[in-house]
Ligand binder design. Structure first.
Ligand code: UTP
Length: 235
């Protein structure tokens, strides 16, 4: 069975508790499962995690302990997604890669959040993709691909259709020098994508249906990080 790891940014799954898109996401993930794809969803913390982390900083908590609180928020978001997926999801939020592999035996959608301080859920998704032998890792966040520069700051920035893993690492390193920059993928995830050779695909997560369009209909408009293009649809 084709295995796909999807990193669902908290910012697109649960922009806020009032404005969540849990039902839409559940519908898309269930459609992919019914098409014969084993889905592993790694859920981010989004705005709620950021608010908790800001409160941690205000009270003088160190960064790693603040990360631990961020991880708890990703797991609450993961639990909400499980709630929306109902019987289609493995019922518990898994907290390690080995648990994720065990849960996958059920054939249901496996959902997890963060794992360890010092990274984001992008890195979790990249490691999980390696451990479960996924055919790709898909990052669904609030942008439609990876650009040559930050499109908010540079009007001449162009979207990459295909970018090598080394090209992505170079881009992240360059971006890091600019204060306040916010890279689409974290460096740990990029390094793992490079060593595993598993393609990393960026799709606009603001519309969950775009993942169905890419994987099932072949309508893809994001960025592929890898050595060669992927033939969509995949099933
Ligand atoms: P996210 O993965 O959501 O980070 O984790 P993010 O950059 O805010 O991503 P989006 O906006 O949801 O796409 C939230 C926070 O949880 C901690 C980090 O502090 C991170 O910023 N975290 C998460 C970890 O420390 N380790 C993990 O494995 C995951």
């Amino acid at each position: 069975m084709t295995r796909v790891v999807i990193s669902v940014g908290g910012s697109v799954l649960i922009p806020s508790l009032d404005a969540h898109r849990l039902k839409e996401w559940a519908k898309s993930l269930i459609t992919l499962t019914k098409a014969g794809i084993q889905i592993f969803a790694v859920v981010g913390g989004g705005g709620e995690a950021r608010r908790y982390i800001d409160a941690c900083r205000e009270i003088g908590l160190d960064e790693a302990s603040s990360d631990e609180i961020g991880i708890q928020v990703t797991r609450i978001n993961a639990a909400l997604l499980i709630g929306a997926l109902k019987e289609h999801a493995y019922p518990a939020v898994v907290t390690s890669y080995i648990e994720a592999k065990t849960a996958a035996i059920s054939g249901k959608i496996v959902v997890m959040g963060g794992v360890t301080p010092g990274q984001t859920t992008d890195a979790v998704a990249a490691v999980l993709a390696e451990e479960v032998g996924a055919s790709m890792m898909i990052n669904m966040t609030a942008i439609d691909g990876i650009y040559t520069a930050d499109p908010k700051k540079d009007a001449s920035a162009k979207k990459h259709d295909l970018l090598s893993p080394q090209g992505l690492i170079d881009l992240i390193m360059k971006e890091k020098m600019t204060a306040g920059s916010n890279m689409v993928i974290d460096l740990v995830a990029a390094k793992i994508a490079e060593r595993s050779g598993i393609p990393l695909v960026v799709i606009d997560g603001r519309n969950p249906a775009l993942i169905e369009n890419a994987l099932l209909k072949g309508e893809f408009a994001g960025t592929i990080v890898g050595e060669k293009k992927i033939m969509f649809p995949i099933v």
